[in-house]
Design a protein around this ligand. Sequence first.
Ligand code: CUA
Length: 300
Amino acid sequence: MFSGVSTFAPGVDEPMAFILWASAIIMAGITAFMVWCMVRFSRKRNPKPTHIHGSVKLEVLWTVIPTILALYMFYIAFGGFDMMTTRPDNAMVVKVTGLKWRWVFEYENGKKSDRMVVPRDQPVVVELSSADVIHSFYVPAFRIKKDAVPGKNNWTWFEAQVNGDYNLFCAEYCGNDHSYMLSTVSVVDPGEFTQWVNTVEAVKSGRDLLASKGCVACHSLDGSPLVGPTFKGLFGKLETVLSDGVERQVTVDEAYIRKSIFDPAADLVKGFSNQMPSQAGLISDEEVDVLIETIKELRE
Ligand code: CUA
């Protein structure tokens, strides 16, 4: 089993180990008893079946022992549960938004990133929201999983204790590219974190940006139609769109692309159904400019 690297790990792993071992021992005991009965009470050794009517002693035993076991399991697991659901007061807050199909992390100073970086030995509260459907924030190494539900302010927290890069998965099926909705949580020294959080990340260029913003999950670069129209040859093209259900023609220009990024359903290309959430607040102006330039270049 892989080990946990957050303060939650013992509270999850110890009850888990106890339940696993208790189940294994009980299963082995019951199986052994069953096999013994098959041999001991076979027709050869026990030709005349014995009728047994109840046993108060046995019934009390098989009621009391499992009850005590179950209560003990509840008792040892409750400590961990209580810790997870109590919001620490000295925590750093990171706003995490899930959308099809990527994660956006926003720090207290306004910094936004597509991966999560946190200082070691520091409680971090994760405030979760979703721009479209239900996603689930799942970091197995930290022993946390919490749904990001549209319109609901779920939160969770963790305190990581070992430097490293850990997998962040989406653990709720959210459509086509659910299985690619991955990110990383990097746990670093506090000094390194301060430096990182105060550095403005350079805007990625061209196709790297299309990939990191998740555009290419739905918009191909080679002309094939996916969930949305291809970017190849898109710029300058005359498209038939539906605006409020009314069909009209538009030429794809900068203004159209900008509008489609922030209000994807407004002028929807005929033949497609909108799956895209608005990127408002999830993408910077500089990034929009780079995206428009990249789409221009794909005109051929
Ligand atoms: Cu998001 Cu699955």
